[in-house]
Design a protein around this ligand. Structure first.
Ligand code: NAD
Ligand code: MG
Length: 395
């Protein structure tokens, strides 16, 4: 999976592009770049609507290009960067162009399937691709992998669980891996009963106990759909069937995930819950670079706890596992329906428990057949979004 020979790793400064630089992962990446400015040369930064932050980042990091996803904001970005020689563009096509510009390393940190086209553009030109945007893998896994291989790209997982597995996975003897164990904090409602879950508000759902993240992934963590998406993500990245990937609740978020080997050994990566550690791992790869995450003090923590997930209260996990096992269009449907449902929940249209109902309803109508090309993925994604919207109106 990690192909050092495909890339010029001696290149200093390393040229980097951040897709989604104004988000939670994007800002953590910018923070690392800022701490060692001579080591990086910023090619492009992109955002959807936060013109002020994008312009500030672009000026500070002396980016060559800044792109805003919302075309209506072109003028605002141009004005904000007036007097600099930073190229400015706007709209979905410009996001793809930014990703396609030559750079050694790309952080894919757009949220949702909206990140698919730009991330694919970076994959096709053979970049070192640090992927936080799990939805683009879930929605297009096999197509995405084929494009990456054709382009000579290298995937470095940034999602903390997958980054942990990547760090302890023996790529020289993959046949000796017995199981992957994904840890999950369980989110803010780990111990909540069914009545409490029925009344969850968006503000409660996005208040994650351990991690500070964007709204969408925070809601996904609360429903545990996040772990379902990660199950699919892990299967695609590490070529592992659903049956050999377990989910383990670990409320402290210190053991980021584990790999169990055929000899009974279990290797894990640990650290404080700070995304700058997995981002730094990907940014420096194949070398380790310093990251400012708080140091882990196990003696102060005293104990780490683990338990099995409650699949009754968190049915999203089962839905995702079944979608992975069904294959074909099912993961694409699951992802699209979930994106629509989370958006509807955050805007007050549906209840917390309705999120999974929407996903379940869309999955029931899964079309058959393989997903061979990007167009198949986009067609199924669009159909699933329509179906989800129609179901939401009926709720
Ligand atoms: P966020 O909402 O904080 O940021 C999302 C970024 O994407 C922003 O820069 C936004 O401008 C951009 N964006 C949103 N919609 C867009 C669109 N339609 N077109 C172009 N750009 C768009 O999200 P985040 O928490 O940083 O998460 C980003 C991705 O990383 C998600 O896929 C998430 O699942 C994954 N991830 C996040 C964390 C975390 O700690 N935040 C951890 C693991 C994985
Ligand atoms: Mg994760």
């Amino acid at each position: 999976m990690a192909l050092a020979e495909n890339h010029d790793l001696t290149h200093v400064p390393r040229s980097v592009t951040i897709l989604g630089s104004t988000g939670s992962v994007g800002c953590s990446t910018v923070d690392l770049l800022r701490r060692d400015p001579d080591a990086y040369d910023v090619e492009a930064l992109t955002a959807f609507s936060n013109v002020a932050l994008l312009a500030k980042q672009a000026r500070e990091l002396r980016a060559r290009m800044a792109v805003i996803g919302d075309p209506a904001l072109y003028g605002a970005l141009r004005d904000a960067l007036a007097g600099t020689n930073i190229a400015v563009a706007a709209g979905p096509e410009a996001l793809i162009e930014a990703a396609a510009r030559p750079s050694d390393w790309v952080m894919a940190a757009i949220v949702g399937a909206a990140g698919l086209a730009p991330t694919l553009a970076a994959a096709r030109r053979g970049a070192i691709l640090a992927i936080a945007n799990k939805e683009c893998l879930v929605t297009a896994g096999p197509v995405f992998r084929a494009e990456m291989e054709r382009g000579g790209a290298t995937l470095l997982p940034v999602d903390s669980e997958h980054n942990a597995i990547f760090q302890v996975f023996d790529f020289n003897q993959p046949e000796t891996v017995d199981r992957l164990i994904l840890t999950a904090s369980g989110g803010p409602f780990l111990d909540a009963d069914a009545e409490t879950l029925a009344c969850v508000t968006p503000a409660q759902a996005i208040a994650h106990p351990n991690w500070s993240m964007g709204a969408k992934i925070s809601v996904d963590s609360a429903t545990m759909m996040n772990k379902g998406l990660e199950l699919i993500e892990a299967s695609y990245i590490f070529d592992m069937p659903a049956e050999r990937i377990e989910v383990l609740i670990h409320p402290q978020s210190v053991v980021h995930s584990l790999v169990a080997y055929v000899d009974g050994s279990v290797l894990a990566q640990l650290g404080t819950p700070d995304m700058r550690t997995p981002i730094a791992y990907a940014l420096g790869w194949p070398r380790r670079i310093p990251a400012p995450a708080p140091r882990l003090d196990l003696a102060a923590l005293g104990q780490l706890t683990f338990q099995a997930p409650d699949l009754k209260r968190f049915p999203a996990l089962t839905l995702a596992r079944e979608a992975l096992q069904s294959g074909g269009a099912a993961p694409t449907l699951l992802n699209a329906a979930n994106e629509v449902a989370v958006h509807a929940f955050l805007s007050g249209q549906i209840s917390f428990l309705d999120i999974v109902r929407v996903v379940e309803n869309v999955l029931v109508h899964a079309p058959r057949g393989a997903m061979r090309a990007l167009d198949d993925v986009l067609a199924v994604d669009a159909e699933a979004r329509e179906r989800a919207q129609a179901f939401i109106v009926e709720l």
